[in-house]
Ligand binder design. Structure first.
Ligand code: NAI
Length: 468
């Protein structure tokens, strides 16, 4: 197997950036260049004051240590491709918005464009690694494109190396991965390429956690992992609806079932619904795959995980309206949190967006606070979620605030949409003082101490708890 000396990563996003920064940190002998077409993103990665384009705890520290040493960020895609012996393709693969499979299938246009770029500029052999989450057998398409367009004496080996990091804990997940999965063709060349990549990871990952499998198993495992994780959330959320109707307490139920070692305690937190760029997209992708394979029952099974999530978001918005005497027209609602989960500035598919969209449709005045999300991002997301309404009209109903107290000012209700730890530490007395009475709190993240809030005077509604 070749000894990897230079790595290129195409795509400087939430995955490419942190993943390859951690590789650079742990492999000082390997030169790592992360490239992107987006100049602003690369400028941010290169910024002198480390104003990086994404927020992840610990990321700045990693970039400070490696940048300029053996970690580089550039828009010169061709140069980096040409120099590298191993190339990660870590571009976005969003759900298709139109054409065949619209709303389900992954849009592979970016993967294909990056692959064609590699084929057209490479003048030496490369290992090409699929890092993006892709449907099964995408590696085969990549290989066909590369082989049909390569120069003489250029040989390409394709590996699948899906990324299992979770946003918000990306750096820790990358430093101590549960496992690293590498899929390859089971040919001598394929196995050699797999060994070359495994040797990179072996600089910091214990050997027994580096799993070598076939290409298609590797591709499917990523979709399967996300489907199983999301399925736990939808299962606990489905139970939370039963809890609310019966007076059972979802935390007690989750705790009780989590003690069963076959079930385990993690990922059993009820909430207003999962978000993020991956779960929904990857499950819909699995649904599409199942349908393409003429497995309608399998498709319907996984589809229900997404349907349950939509139901949970709608159900929570309806609880808010119903509790506020069945109308929120003209009422101020504070929404605390806009990111799809704590410790990230990422808002893709955030449950907050759906809630705010519903509140705006009910003609409420929404006052948003989030500690990390850029204001511009919030306006972009709301404009996309509420099509046909000019942003000026949205801005008449929605304000972005600089603190929780400002967001709660004259509001009738506070809604917790993201589990930011700082919301626990707010002086809730101050919030109460500034609100209209009766003052309501809706905890969509099981974050707050409801008893404490009730002592202050709040009416508290928590997901998965019967009315108190
Ligand atoms: P992202 O949208 O943050 O980053 C992708 C980047 O690729 C963008 O900056 C874009 O400008 C760049 N790009 C696209 N085409 C290019 C080209 N031809 N040449 C150079 N740059 C190009 O996406 P993110 O979140 O990093 O996701 C990437 C992939 O990783 C997706 O397939 C996703 O499903 C997968 N994934 C994402 C995880 C997450 O937590 N965000 C976790 C695990 C996998």
């Amino acid at each position: 197997p070749v000894k990897v000396q230079k790595i290129c990563c195409i795509g400087a996003g939430y995955v490419g950036g942190p993943t390859c920064a951690v590789i650079a940190l742990n492999c000082p002998d390997i030169q790592v260049t992360i490239v992107d077409l987006n100049q602003a993103r690369i400028d941010a990665w290169n910024s002198k004051d480390f104003k990086l384009p994404i927020y992840e705890p610990g990321l700045e520290d990693v970039v400070r240590k490696a940048r300029g040493r053996n970690l580089f960020f550039s828009t010169d895609v061709d140069k980096a491709i040409n120099e590298a012996d191993l190339i990660f393709v870590s571009v976005n693969t969003p759900t298709k918005k139109s054409g065949v499979g619209a709303g389900f299938a992954a849009d592979l246009n970016y993967v294909e464009l990056a692959t064609r770029r590699i084929a057209s500029v490479a003048t030496s052999s490369k290992i090409v690694v699929e890092k993006s989450t892709v449907p099964c057998r995408t590696a085969e398409s990549m290989r066909t494109i590369l082989e049909a367009n390569s120069k003489p004496n250029c040989h390409f080996d394709i590996l699948s190396n899906p990324e299992f990091l979770a946003e918000g804990t990306a750096i820790n997940d990358l430093l101590k991965p549960d496992r690293v999965l590498i899929g390859s063709l089971q040919t001598p060349e394929g196995i050699d390429a797999c060994t070359a990549l495994a040797d990179v990871y072996a600089n910091w990952v214990p050997k027994e956690r580096i799993l070598a499998v076939g290409l298609w198993s590797s591709e499917l495992s990523k979709l399967a992992a996300n489907a199983m994780l999301a399925q736990r959330i939808s299962s606990i959320n489905a139970l939370s609806a039963i809890c609310e109707a019966t007076g059972a307490n979802i935390d007690e139920v989750a705790n009780a079932i989590g003690f069963d070692s076959r079930i385990g305690p993690k990922f059993l937190k009820a909430s207003v619904g999962f978000g993020g760029s991956c779960f929904q997209k990857d499950i819909l992708n699995l649904v599409y795959l199942s349908e393409s394979l003429h497995l309608p029952e399998v498709a319907a099974y996984w589809r229900q995980v997404v349907d349950m999530n939509e139901y949970q978001k709608r159900r929570f918005a309806k609880t808010v309206v119903d509790t506020l005497f069945k109308t929120i027209t003209g009422k101020r609602i504070a929404v605390l949190g806009f990111a799809f989960k704590a410790d990230t500035g990422d808002t893709r598919e955030s449950a907050a967006i759906t809630l705010i969209k519903d509140f705006v449709a009910e003609k409420a005045l929404v006052q948003i606070y989030d500690p990390k999300v850029e204001h511009e991002q919030i306006w972009l997301d709301l404009a996309e979620a509420i099509p046909g309404t000019p942003i000026e009209a949205i801005k008449k109903q929605v304000t972005i605030c600089a603190s929780p107290v400002e967001a709660a000012s004259k509001a009738e209700a506070v809604v917790i949409a993201t589990e930011w730890k700082e919301f626990k530490e707010i002086k809730w007395e101050d919030i109460y003082a500034t609100m209209d009475k009766p003052a309501f709190v809706f905890d969509g993240r099981l974050l707050l101490d409801a008893e404490k809030l009730r002592k202050i005077g709040f009416h508290v509604t928590t997901i998965g708890r019967g009315a108190a």
